[in-house]
Design a protein around this ligand. Structure first.
Ligand code: PBG
Length: 326
């Protein structure tokens, strides 16, 4: 045998030398769930690594992350039921607790990058990402609401706006609204290929944001499709998206890979709640070794082509990286 691939696996040092993919703390984005109140740190039962936190608790969490070199966060609000309505008005209400929290975080830690989801579901009494009429999710009528939400978020100091609603034309509409309001410097991370996935369960538990009726299949993509992701991507790039996101990540590594080849924007991937929960559950049952399985899962997302990985494990990976363990 002239070729013996095992020669390059012979020692730890050689293996390190030929490593094609290396996780970095700069790749990671840490999702945080915000609730009103004080001193709240409420564990999410179906995702026991994550918590609903009040702003004081979140500030402590962010401080710990910064110490580990982790400076990128995506925030989600858990809105009290009384503040939800059919048109998601709370989402752009002046001084709502979510927008106020962003201002507080940015004034205390100006260097952090804060990303915000844009979709109606956490604020909607219907629990859908767009406006509901007679059981239908209206596309064009949802766009002005999403645009108002995006502008309010930019005003509050968010650095990147991440439309996650999958309405057609929303990237162009939001881009235009941001530009007109003087926020041409604020980027858009589009949830480009967001699938109608069962793996969002724990997230919906965290925000109590599950649809009250029906499902999200008329706007989120069919898990069976991959060419359609490229149709979405072509549109998003043409409409001005600064980042292309694939979601979920682990079950859609092929889509990440295809997007990486086709687009010159950075590619983000969302390692979603259910994917993280699956790994946690098996580890807690003693069926998987968490310390090696968790970083392997996150690494696979980068190897597939993601430049940015949104994961509930971000802080733990940052911790492992700081100890040279991954
Ligand atoms: C809101 C939104 C969802 C997630 C991110 N933004 C849920 C959904 O579309 O139902 C899921 C994230 C996760 O599961 O971790 N549109």
């Amino acid at each position: 045998m002239k070729q013996r691939p095992r020669r390059n696996r012979r020692s730890d040092t050689i293996r390190r030398m030929i490593k094609e993919t290396q996780l970095s703390v700069n790749d990671l984005v840490y999702p945080l769930f915000l609730v009103p109140g004080e001193k709240v740190k409420d564990q999410i039962i179906s995702l026991p690594i994550a918590y609903r936190m009040s702003i004081d608790t979140i500030l402590k969490e962010i401080a710990e992350c910064i110490k580990l070199g982790l400076n990128q966060f995506i925030l989600f609000p858990s809105i009290p039921e009384v503040d939800k309505d059919t048109t998601a008005t709370y989402s752009y209400q002046d001084n709502n607790f979510y927008l106020t929290a962003a201002k507080t975080i940015k004034s205390k830690y100006p260097k952090v990058c804060l990303i915000s989801d844009v979709a109606m579901d956490p604020y909607s009494s219907d629990g859908h990402d767009g406006l509901v009429r007679d059981g239908h999710i209206l596309n064009d009528e949802s766009l002005p609401i999403l645009a108002k939400m995006a502008v309010a978020q930019a005003q509050s100091g968010f650095d990147i706006i991440a439309p996650s609603d999958m309405m057609d034309g929303r990237v162009a509409y939001i881009r235009n609204a941001l530009d007109e309001a003087g926020y041409s410097h604020i980027g858009i991370m589009s949830y480009t290929a967001k699938y109608a996935s069962a793996f969002y369960g724990p997230f919906r538990d965290a925000l109590d944001s599950a649809p009250k009726a029906g499902d999200k299949k008329t706007y989120q993509m069919d898990p069976a499709n991959s060419r359609e992701a490229l149709l979405e991507g072509d549109l998003d790039v043409a409409e001005g998206a600064d980042f292309i996101m694939v979601k979920p990540a682990i079950h859609y590594l092929d889509i990440i890979s295809k997007c990486k080849r086709r687009y010159n924007t950075p590619i983000a991937a969302y390692h979603v709640s259910g994917e993280c929960a699956q790994l946690l559950a098996a580890s807690r049952l003693g069926w998987l070794d968490y310390d090696s399985a968790m970083p392997e899962a996150v690494l696979s997302i980068k190897r597939a082509g993601a430049d940015i990985i949104i994961t509930y494990f971000a802080k733990e990976v940052a911790n492992l990286l700081s100890h040279g363990k991954v």
